[in-house]
Write a protein of this length. Structure first.
Length: 329
């Protein structure tokens, strides 16, 4: 039998998330880190040395132009996702772009249209959707053993010292708790219940004008609801519960990367299930995108582009309620 083609990855960016993805590739069969691109040769060389990349490029353009790179992982801050994803696509490279996918739904549509025009795979790096624990949750709900799923309640918060230059607080970098943390709950709500029919929420804005703490209140078809809190001001339990007619599912902390799920029937014995989280949780997503590149398919069933755009539309509506605006979004 012929061995599957090895996908040679290029990572665009050298921050913490880029490092996590590089480590995940060592646990992803059929994938290898080939190159890294940074704004400076020094940063690229240091990252390549740490993660055993064959090539270090001192600019993003050089990475995109590398003829031996089969796929690009865009790991820059939110505000640069549009620019950097278009750079990869225009160079003929399939792109896996970090979440939140863009600053706005309008930017997301531009990225999707570019991928279609070039005939290239594109996917949002919502790694939670590819975890074994998420598959178990969806299968349990589909089985009907707990009845209909009616509500998602989730939180994601940690205390961060205020730094106006940090990507978390700087609006020029797409700062704010919603895009950085809340995207997980919004995306899961879409996955469970579909796009919302009504959007609400509240926010506490900081000195830089971004939401440092905010809430999400989504109403979905059939009276289903998503309720979430995300915050840079307070640490939260970081758990999620899916409430059903006949019981609940609890995703243990950290719920967005859950390796433990409890099933709690209303009239039965609770059970707890443990799951692997290969490559710090990123490996299943990397493997899924690598398979798109091998087969020539343009998007993933696990993270469809239409759903990515719909999630961005929901977050646009939430930011409008909060009063958070980004330049050029």
């Amino acid at each position: 039998m012929t061995e599957p083609r090895t996908i040679r990855w290029g990572i665009l960016g050298t921050g913490a998330i880029a490092g996590a993805f590089a480590r995940a590739l060592t646990e992803t069969e059929g994938s290898v880190l080939h190159a890294v691109g940074s704004r400076t040769p020094e940063s690229a060389a240091a990252f390549a040395a740490t993660h055993a990349a064959a090539r270090a490029h001192g600019s993003y353009a050089q990475l995109a132009a590398d003829p031996d790179v089969d796929a690009v992982y865009v790991a820059t801050p939110h505000a640069f996702h549009l620019r950097d994803t278009l750079l990869a696509l225009d160079a003929g490279k399939p792109a896996l772009c970090e979440k939140a996918f863009a600053l706005s739904a309008g930017q997301a549509r531009r990225m999707v249209h570019a991928a279609a025009a070039h005939g290239l795979p594109l996917m949002e790096a919502m790694w939670t959707r590819f975890l074994p624990s998420t598959r178990f949750v969806l299968e349990t709900i589909a089985s009907g053993r707990l009845g209909e799923a009616r509500a998602l309640v989730a939180d994601f918060g940690f205390r961060v010292p205020f730094d106006p230059a940090s990507r978390l607080f700087d609006p020029a970098l797409g700062g704010g708790a919603l895009l950085d943390l809340g995207v997980y709950a919004v995306s899961l709500g879409h996955l469970l219940f579909g796009a919302p029919t009504a959007v609400g929420g509240t926010a506490a804005l900081g000195a830089t004008g971004v939401d440092e703490s905010s809430t999400v209140a989504l109403t979905h078809a059939g009276g289903r609801v998503t309720s979430a809190l995300q915050s840079f001001r307070v640490a939260t339990p970081c758990r999620a519960s899916i409430l059903c007619d006949g019981g609940s599912l609890v995703l243990h902390a950290p719920w967005w990367g859950a390796s433990r799920v409890s099933v709690q029937p209303a009239d039965g014995t609770p059970t707890t299930h443990d799951f692997p989280r290969p490559g710090e949780g990123y490996a299943p997503m990397a493997a899924a995108f690598a398979e798109l590149v091998r087969t020539g398919r343009l998007e993933s069933d696990g993270m469809p582009l239409a759903d990515t755009v719909a999630v961005m539309e929901t977050m646009d509506a939430l930011r409008a309620i909060y009063g958070v605006a980004y330049a050029d979004a």
